[in-house]
Design a protein. Structure first.
Length: 357
């Protein structure tokens, strides 16, 4: 039993974000009650459809005061591409959170759930169960560089990778700590030091240095090319996989793709020190093609809520949700269209909520 009352900023956003959020909240409320977690949800309408249309921006100017003191942000999806370009929606909300709240970890589980068809042949639940940890603030995604002599035959462009010791060490520390907390205690680092000859050897060097402070963790490294192949060929080899911004980006899409539908994949953008709120959101977007039909799979949203509880330190409540998802999927009776069923979003959310214990 924890005495603290958590305050969660709830931002459903656009499209199916608004449809899956109520199911996420439904399940969180049940798990909170069963595990004695006290939680208050404050709703915000930051979005393209409800907010940008009226105000010409995604969030009010004082958004940071409004949500910066919350314990976490539970986020659906933003985007209304018919009216507002995707980059405006994203840079006007999520990317601001990542930067202003120093969410330097992007975390995604890769876990094959029962009854979910994997594109990989002959894999059973239990074979694939690992985490991808992506550096979220620097690396290859810097805007350092430029273009000269445009539209001439002397034209050239350059863009730099930026790695700072603080930035590299903090993501590695997070990944090693996660590995240490797991039964296998195994960390894999993504590199490419045979081709990228300055920054990647530096990354490797910092991995080696960090490994010395985690003597209980076994570690190895693979070049990104063979590592992606091994995600497909030997997903059972992995436990925690850490990568720079670019490599982590690739791996954190490939991993969940190996375990089935985008509708169930969750993610966290995390500030591990808890100086700022972290964001928990499904991997999918606002999915305008199916919005308004009530058929979206709410499991990505629900599972993101489980990650949020775990981040807050409410491990049992979090685990009870993941177990409930697993049992619901295993029973195969209430599944949404993307999983071959005909249950609607609400029926699926209710089924998971009933499984929580
Ligand atoms: P983005 O925000 O990346 O632009 P999007 O909103 O354009 O994303 P995605 O969310 O990436 O779309 O969805 C890709 C495809 O997967 C779409 O056809 C969409 O209908 C489907 N999809 C996404 N999420 C779900 C879900 N929760 N349940 C069922 N289908 C989904
Ligand atoms: Mg889109």
């Amino acid at each position: 039993m924890s005495k603290k009352q958590y305050r969660i900023a709830v931002i459903p956003g656009d499209g199916i974000g608004k449809e899956v959020m109520p199911e996420g909240l439904r399940v969180l409320e049940v798990a909170a009650k069963k595990h004695g977690v006290s939680v208050q949800f404050d709703h915000f309408d930051f979005s393209s459809y409800d907010y940008y249309e009226k105000h010409g921006q995604m969030m009010p100017d004082d958004w940071k005061e409004k949500i910066g003191k919350h314990d976490a942000i539970y986020f659906g999806a933003v985007g209304w591409p018919a009216k507002i370009p995707d980059h405006v929606s994203l840079w006007g909300s999520l990317i601001k959170f990542r930067r202003e709240f120093d969410q330097y970890v992007n975390l995604r589980p890769v876990r094959l759930m029962p009854g979910v068809p994997s594109p990989l042949a002959n894999r059973k639940p239990g074979d694939i169960d690992f985490w991808v940890v992506r550096e979220n603030t620097e690396g290859e995604y810097s805007s350092v560089g430029g273009r000269m002599f445009p539209d001439t035959d002397r034209e050239f462009v350059t863009q730099q990778t930026v790695m700072t010791r603080i930035g590299v060490d903090r993501i590695l520390k997070f990944a090693f700590e996660l590995a240490q907390s797991r039964p296998k205690k195994h960390l894999t680092s993504a590199t490419k030091s045979n081709g990228i000859s300055i920054t990647m050897p530096y990354w490797d060097e910092r991995v080696e240095a960090m490994a010395k402070t985690f003597p209980g963790v076994k570690w190895d490294k693979y070049h990104i090319d063979i590592l992606t192949a091994n995600f497909v060929l030997h997903p059972d080899w992995f436990d925690v996989v850490v990568g720079s911004n670019l490599f982590g980006d690739i791996l954190s899409d490939l991993g969940p793709a190996c375990t089935g539908t985008i509708g169930i994949a969750p993610s966290g953008n995390i500030n591990p020190e808890r100086n700022f709120p972290s964001v928990f959101e499904p991997v999918h977007g606002s999915a305008p093609d199916i919005a308004g039909q009530g058929i979206a799979n709410p499991i990505g949203m629900i599972w993101s809520g489980a990650m949020m509880f775990e981040h807050l330190g409410e491990k049992e409540a979090g685990k009870s949700i993941v177990d409930a998802i697993e049992r619901t999927l295993a029973e195969r009776t209430l599944r949404t269209k993307d999983l071959g069923g005909n249950a609607d979003t609400t029926a699926c959310g209710k089924a998971v909520a009933e499984m929580v214990d």
